[in-house]
Ligand binder design. Structure first.
Ligand code: APR
Ligand code: PHB
Length: 393
């Protein structure tokens, strides 16, 4: 089999890249190791920045998003029993949309298959060859058989454990990494959500109330990294959430059946550069952010917007200038997003190693944000617009 761009991974990075290339008349094949139900069932974050929403609209992939997505105009931060309200349109002129990442993935897969374009499930990439030539080759297995895909370019959109980064020359790459010793226990509950996205810093640890619809809440608690989700009964979860959200009367947060539980370990990670020869990496393959701020999906979409434009320029003019600049262009924004997600994590979580003065400084920063419109504008701008890329496409 032969194509122009061989894409490894059918997560947001690979799927958006395939659709963006197709819109420019460039062919691709997506190879995905997992099954379709597995990929569509992975519950992740659900905050779409305007750059992501507008990309879906430009691609004509936003019909269900417009019907079912919820516009979110507020971001609240609680501490000491008080609430800082960030009015996103007032501070940035824009808002974000709440729409689960797996819903985005479902919409992009359905559109790809409906158009009859190649997307192979249970096709695991085992090797990438010839990335320093102009005829790279991807080896993959499907149904127990080995296959090859010849292409002009390889896009490694295959996440943190993928084959893309593994094929980069080790001595050319620098890895930056920080692991946290706590995790987020996430649940989905059939319960009326709070009106605004609400983050809380309490003495008992971090909590977050988000939503997926007017009937489904998406809720998170900071827990030790080795926690087993099944050890958290519904009662235990609700009691802890009320306490951390300063909802002492248990009257503010509606309870309901918890029907899904997952654990996300927290990590910050950047790999540089993002390109070698004809191999380009995007999304979680080259950067992971801690989940506060919900940047992961939006960063992946911004990466592949830059990559698809560079590939378009190459196929149209034969110019490699944009492709050569891909890594530097993306890393500038990626570092800012990693910095923002790490800063928000530091601001809102409980750190066991904190001395009383460090806890005092954390609360002082929240007091400062509470009284400063400039500080609020800075957070809102980074929450909403970090991956906007105005005028890019
Ligand atoms: N061969 C084929 N597919 C592979 C291989 C392989 N060897 N290794 C991994 N994959 C697939 C995974 O099964 C997964 O579906 O690559 C896909 C990568 O998708 P994601 O992990 O969703 O990563 P990405 O598309 O970069 O999306 C970034 O999604 O992962 C979340 O939290 C992350 O929000 C962020 C965003
Ligand atoms: C979510 O809705 O899943 C969500 C919201 C905000 C975050 C992270 C996740 O910071």
């Amino acid at each position: 089999m032969r194509t122009q761009v061989g894409i490894i991974g059918a997560g947001p990075a690979g799927l958006f890249l395939a659709h963006l290339l197709k819109a420019q008349g460039i062919e691709s094949v997506i190879l995905e190791a997992r099954s379709r139900p597995y990929v569509e069932g992975r519950v992740r974050a659900g905050v779409l920045e305007p750059g992501t929403v507008e990309t879906m609209a430009r691609l004509g992939l936003d019909a269900r998003l417009r019907r079912e997505g919820l516009v979110d105009e507020g971001l609240d931060m609680r501490f000491r029993g008080r609430t800082i309200h960030l009015d996103l349109p007032g501070l940035t002129g824009k808002s974000v949309m709440i729409y689960g990442q797996q819903e985005v993935v479902k919409d992009l897969i359905a559109a790809r298959l409906e158009a009859g374009d190649p997307l192979l499930f249970e096709a695991k990439v085992t090797g990438i060859e010839g990335i320093e030539t102009d005829r790279p080759r991807i080896r993959y297995t499907q149904d127990g058989e080995e296959h090859v895909l010849d292409c002009d370019f390889v896009a490694g959109c295959d996440g943190y454990h993928g084959a893309g980064r593994a094929a980069m020359p080790r001595d050319r790459m620098t890895l930056f990494e920080q692991a946290y010793d706590f995790a987020w226990l996430g649940v989905l509950a059939r319960a009326r959500p709070m009106a605004d996205m609400t983050y809380s810093n309490s003495n008992r640890g971090f909590a977050l109330c988000s939503r997926r619809s007017m009937q489904v809440s998406r809720l998170y608690l900071q827990v030790p990294a080795e926690t087993r989700p099944e050890d958290w009964s519904d009662d235990r979860f609700w009691e802890e959430l009320h306490a951390r959200m300063f909802d002492e009367g248990r009257s503010e947060i509606a309870e309901g059946e918890i029907f899904q539980r997952d654990l996300a370990k927290l990590r910050a990670f950047v790999a540089a550069p993002m390109q070698h020869g004809r191999l380009f990496l995007a999304g979680d393959a080259v950067h992971i952010v801690p989940p506060a701020g919900a940047k992961g999906l939006n960063m992946a979409v911004a990466d592949v917007r830059v990559l698809s434009r560079a590939l378009t320029t190459f196929y149209r003019d034969g110019s490699c200038a944009e492709l050569d600049g891909y890594s530097a262009t993306c890393l500038d924004r990626i570092w800012k997003a990693v910095r923002f997600s790490s800063a928000l994590t530091g601001l809102l979580h409980r750190f066991d190693e904190h001395t009383p003065i460090q806890r005092g400084l954390q609360l002082a920063e929240l007091e400062y944000i509470s009284g400063s419109r400039n500080a609020q504008a800075s957070i809102a701008e980074q929450y909403v617009l970090l991956n906007y890329l105005p005028g890019h496409d």
